[in-house]
Design a protein around this ligand. Structure first.
Ligand code: AHR
Length: 654
């Protein structure tokens, strides 16, 4: 294994060596597709979605406005945001007025706060420029000619006039048409459509509300979403299509959600992630701050997660807390006492009923009311995230047993702690929960992964593993651990070991999935995005290459050659997949010797390049897979595996 220390220079040297000396020659990979070594899991590759890095709000969730319902409140860090975050009042005002934060007679008890606008002279305004905007910079980048759904709740408290909505530049230049609403005596939802002018393309807009009247009017739940979005008929309002597409293109077999630490919450029990806060009409969901320091609107809530999983062909895999806040952080409030666990156990049972119960059950009826009378295909439930010790296992036992008593076919997932060296957790799990699926998490240096490619060779085959979070971590540069090709290849090397052992590792997913540029709390991440762009990393392409060529059986293969090379061969029906990862900087001439494989035409897909190469918003295609045809002749395929590359051959067996 060669570690690229000063990668740019290292890569150049490698290139010169490869040119100056003969490339490694004469390596063979012998494959016997009829010799099955292990059956593979059909749920091996999946996704882990966490609302970290503004993955949900400001990301996948289609809402464009930040703090649409004036609920922002942070127990941990009150300076960070407040009820007016995201809003600028008097913004472009020609009239006079003032605002008060109110909580009497709210829109709903879960949506307690709203703004009372007292307009003294017509023309008072309020503006919201979306995520990342400030009063003096940023805004919502518009698509020229596109339509946007706008909605808001108003209540007349002695107001004569209308409230209008439009999109505009911070200078006041109008970027759309205008819609006007007349408030009624009770809270009422008003909706309209704003169409951006053609010349608004790429311009940064604010949603501008203008109070054209005088008197007092109450305002809440102001929303702006592009009409072009995924799941626009879901109660939450829908998702960003481009991000859904990027997720679906990974062909995930499951979707773990709503997060790791997010699913637990931090420091105070009021911060537990309560799935019930996230369902029902969107204006009735109780917002909460999350572990990563920002608010969750829950417009992407449990119902929407289930719908999303279904839409992308993935099994839903919810993570619920185990009556414990995130153990890795200081726990200011004690765990739910064992003697008081019943109410929480019922919450978890209610969740399963929400997903699978008949429409004649209370929670099944809510699911139907929300738009999905058919049950969701819930087969797995993770109880706890990265927890450890008796404080956890005792609670896990109670919750898991209750779930299994009610729903015997559900596989419950037990956490094995937050580190790779998790022997103590495993001892407890083997003794107490051998039938649970065991959730391992580890984030390690890139080189750890190829060095531990045989980790699962010696695991006993009876208890199955879910590698629920992992990623290869490079040294941080300017505070960021990069998503470079080398880290992706180290993950690829490791995945050859996972595939070989997929009789015991039945599921795995990279973490975290999404990050909004400039708003991230964690690096590296699989998919980066801005308000307008989606950036796929080399790590993404490795996941995609492996997930789209997942086999059904591992077959016999043997590497005879030099180099820092990792390989696995699998088959699915009448297709043979051969995966080879070259972590050295030298090209490798390879002959695949394929026993019993007829002459035919196949394909080879490669991901290769300079080890430190990264995709960026300016150069998103620096590291992308390329494919070409290849031929099997006389039981052989010959080719070059470049230095720092992964190659996957798909070859016909008939
Ligand atoms: O993936 C980011 C975080 O890493 C998860 O929330 C947590 O489970 C782990 O510590």
């Amino acid at each position: 294994m060669k570690r690229h220390l000063v990668a740019g220079i290292g890569w150049l040297l490698c290139l010169m060596m490869a040119v100056g000396s003969a490339a490694a020659e004469g390596s063979t990979l012998r494959v016997n597709p009829s010799e099955v070594r292990a059956e593979m899991s059909d749920t091996l590759y999946g996704l882990f979605f966490e609302d970290i890095n503004h993955a949900a709000d400001g990301g996948l969730y289609a809402e464009l406005l930040d703090n649409r319902s004036f609920e922002y409140e942070n127990l941990l860090n009150p300076q960070r945001f407040d009820h007016y975050t995201g809003w600028t009042f008097r913004f472009l005002s020609t009239g006079k007025g003032k605002i008060s934060l109110m909580d009497e007679e709210p829109l709903h008890e879960n949506n307690l706060h709203y703004v009372r606008v007292t307009v003294e002279s017509s023309g008072y305004t309020a503006g919201n420029g979306g995520y990342g905007a400030t009063a003096i910079a940023g805004g919502i980048p518009l698509t020229g000619g596109a339509s946007y759904d706008v909605s808001l709740y108003l209540r007349d408290r002695g107001y004569a006039g209308t409230v209008s909505a439009a999109l505009c530049l911070r200078t006041g230049e109008m970027l759309s048409d205008t819609v006007s609403f007349t408030p009624g005596a009770a809270w009422e939802k008003h909706t309209g459509v704003l169409t951006a002018l053609e010349e608004a393309e790429g311009k940064s807009a604010f949603l501008l509300l203008t109070f054209e009247g005088t008197g007092e009017v109450d305002l809440d739940m102001v929303s702006l979403m592009p009409q072009e979005r995924f799941g626009s008929d879901w109660p939450g309002g829908g998702l960003r299509s481009d991000l859904v597409e990027a997720m679906a293109a990974l062909q995930p077999s499951f979707l773990r959600f709503p997060g790791g630490c997010v699913a637990e919450g931090s420091y105070y029990r009021s911060n537990f992630y309560n799935w019930k806060d996230t369902v029902g009409p969107v204006e009735q969901r109780r917002e909460n701050y999350n572990t990563w320091g920002y608010m969750q609107s829950y417009g992407l809530g449990y119902y929407e997660y289930f719908c999303l999983a279904e839409a992308i062909g993935a099994l839903p895999l919810p993570v619920v807390h185990a009556g414990l806040l995130c153990q890795a952080r200081e726990t200011r409030e004690a765990p739910i006492p064992m003697a008081e666990l019943d109410a929480y156990v019922q919450d978890v049972l209610d969740l399963v009923e929400f997903a699978r119960g008949g429409t004649d059950t209370a929670w099944g009826a809510l699911r139907a009311e929300m738009g999905h009378p058919e049950p969701f295909d819930l087969r797995y439930l993770a109880i706890g995230n990265e927890n450890w010790g008796d404080v956890y296992f005792n609670r896990y036992e109670v919750i898991s047993e209750a779930v299994k008593a009610a729903w015997p076919d559900i596989t419950t997932i037990v956490a094995a702690g937050p580190v790779a060296d998790n022997g103590a957790s495993w001892s407890a799990i083997r003794a107490r929960f051998p039938d649970s699926l065991v959730d391992e998490h580890y984030y390690m240096d890139s080189d750890w992964f190829p060095a531990h490619v045989k980790r699962y060779d010696t695991y006993s085959r009876d208890t199955k593993v879910f590698l629920g979070e992992y990623a290869a971590h490079e040294e941080a540069v300017s505070g960021r651990r990069p998503n470079n090709l080398y880290s992706a290849l180290c993950e690829a090397a490791y995945l050859t070991g996972i595939e070989r052992n997929s009789d015991v590792v039945s599921m795995c997913c990279y973490a975290p999935l999404l990050a909004r540029e400039g708003m991230q709390q964690w690096t590296p991440d699989l998919i980066w995005f801005s308000a307008t762009q989606v950036l796929l990393t080399p790590n993404y392409y490795v996941q995609q290459m492996f997930a789209t060529t997942a086999g059904e059986q591992v077959v016999d293969s043997e590497w005879n050659g030099s180099g820092d090379v990792y390989q696995v061969a699998t088959r699915k029906g009448e297709t043979l997949y051969v995966k080879l990862v070259n972590l050295s900087g030298e090209d490798c001439e390879v002959t695949l010797e394929l026993q019993g494989v007829p002459d035919g035409e196949g394909t080879v897909t490669r991901l290769s390049g300079e080890p430190n190469a990264q995709n960026t918003f300016a150069a998103p295609d620096r590291v992308v897979p390329t494919g070409e045809a290849c031929a099997v002749r006389d039981g052989q395929v010959t080719g070059t595996v470049p230095g720092y590359a992964v190659c996957i051959w798909a070859l016909p067996l008939e």
